[in-house]
Design a binder for this molecule. Structure first.
Ligand code: C2E
Ligand code: CA
Ligand code: CA
Length: 418
């Protein structure tokens, strides 16, 4: 059955209003990877049955391909459409049982309430897809389409094209942000943070383009560029006595890197030419990647650990993992996410949370870095809680290499902690 054909036919009736639901299942690929394609197919059959049971007066209900479904309904108003979207979501609260395995699944739903201003079925489907994508990225289970979304979508497409060029032309530069060791009053390490220097739009922050780069598979090249440049910069700083021999550098590794079989040889080849030891390098990974629990991630982490690389979990506390869960991985440290620091001065809960994270991390022999320290008040509380390593705008915002050299030379951070 083709929903496309239905839309085309219905589009010729001048009085008709339509409601189109675009339904996509979250992380379906992981289900296929983990349980096999046969189980994936069975899940799809269950999904179809559950969806069909929800609707009686559908004009058309079709699978577009993969885990994407489309429902075409008559003239629903907004609250009826929202109600159906919620029922679609409720239909997947119960996991799907395939033999002895319970498989949890959730849907993202994009909704278009279409009038005859649409010229073609393709346009309606495109907008429903845009709304579905928005639902997925915001973590809402459903999203009604509006015009603004189309503009943002077009901007995203433009940015995608520009990012591909940026990767080819290496339009990136690195900023450096130090991590201060409060106990020794020295710089423990320096984190490399990438910036996109767009030829017309100027500096674009990683928050805007890293998720896009991950989606497009461009992150590998960006991360590798950053690692290469960082090694060279660090080597030069060491040779010139700008950084001391025990100072490390931190780089962020995306999930896709950890899932590649060539990541360890790549890291080794880079440090080799720069004459750097793995002990000098802190690899920052995000905890949600560990929750995905892929065998290759564990294998790579074990190898990195054996070679002497330091592995830190970034943004700790945002991914719902517990420290005891992380204990099964070869991890040397955690970076407490800055969201816990933001309201430290006013929130007793944040303070107690950081206190217990530090205590538990200590018991597991993990180094703790607290990120996002912006005020003296926050610094004093963090010091009182016993955290030794701090990063944040209080000391400096991320700097270019020249600014970093000045910062390292005049040691102004010492005034804040001595
Ligand atoms: P992150 O790894 O958690 O890096 C810390 C971010 O927090 C940086 O933002 C930094 O500028 C900001 N920050 C540091 N101290 C403070 C503070 O006191 N207050 C506030 N409000 N912010 C602070 P940035 O540079 O925009 O980077 C954002 C994120 O982009 C990074 O978060 C990291 O996840 C990602 N990223 C940056 N560079 C790379 C890279 O080379 N590769 C990959 N895969 N991701 C990167
Ligand atoms: Ca980081
Ligand atoms: Ca972080």
């Amino acid at each position: 059955m083709s929903s496309y054909r239905c839309l085309v036919q219905l589009g010729t009736d001048a009085d008709l209003r339509l409601c189109v639901f675009f339904i996509d299942f979250d992380r379906f690929k992981q289900i296929n990877d983990r349980f096999g394609h046969l189980a994936g197919d069975k899940v799809l059959i269950h999904v179809t049955n559950r969806l069909s049971a929800l609707i009686s007066d559908t004009i058309c209900f079709a699978r577009l391909g993969g885990d994407e479904f489309v429902m075409l309904l008559g003239n629903l108003d907004e609250s009826e459409a929202v109600n159906l979207a919620q029922r679609i979501n409720d239909a997947f609260v119960q996991p799907i049982r395939i033999h002895d395995t319970e498989i949890s699944i959730s849907a993202s739903v994009g909704i278009v309430l279409a009038d005859m201003s649409y010229q073609s079925a393709d346009d309606v489907l495109r907008d429903a897809d845009i709304a579905m994508y928005r639902a997925k990225t915001t973590g809402n289970c459903y999203q009604l389409f509006d015009e603004e979304m189309r503009t943002e979508h077009l901007e995203k497409i433009e940015l995608e094209g520009e990012l591909k060029i940026a990767v080819c032309e290496k339009q990136f530069r690195i900023n450096f942000e130090p991590i201060v060791d409060l106990q020794e009053s020295v710089i423990f390490s320096i984190e490399s943070l990438v910036r996109w220097v767009h030829p017309e739009k100027g500096i674009i922050s990683p928050g805007r383009f890293i998720p896009l780069a991950e989606e497009l598979g461009l992150i590998i090249e960006i991360d590798r560029f950053v690692f290469d440049k960082t090694c060279k910069q660090f080597c030069q700083w060491r040779e010139n006595g700008i950084t001391s021999p025990h100072q490390k550098f931190n780089v962020n590794l995306s999930c896709s890197q950890l899932e590649r079989s060539d990541i360890v040889p790549f890291l080794l080849s880079m440090i080799d030419v720069s004459n750097i030891s793995p002990h000098d390098v802190v690899l920052e990974i995000t905890e949600s990647y560990l929750l995905a629990d892929s065998g290759l991630v564990m294998k790579n982490l074990n190898e990195m650990n054996k070679l002497g690389f330091n592995i830190f979990v970034d943004d700790f506390g945002t991914g719902y993992s517990s420290l005891s869960y992380l204990a099964k991985y070869p991890i040397h440290g955690i970076k407490i996410d800055r969201s816990f620091v933001r309201d430290l001065a006013t929130s007793k809960e944040s303070k107690e949370l950081i206190r217990s994270i530090i205590a538990m991390a200590g018991a597991l022999n993990l180094t703790v870095v607290t990120e996002g320290v912006e005020t003296m008040e926050q610094l004093h509380i963090i010091m009182e809680l016993g955290c030794r390593y701090i990063q944040g705008f209080l000391f400096t915002r991320p700097m270019n290499s020249v600014q970093a050299e000045t910062f390292l030379a005049n040691k102004s951070y010492r005034r804040l902690i001595d």
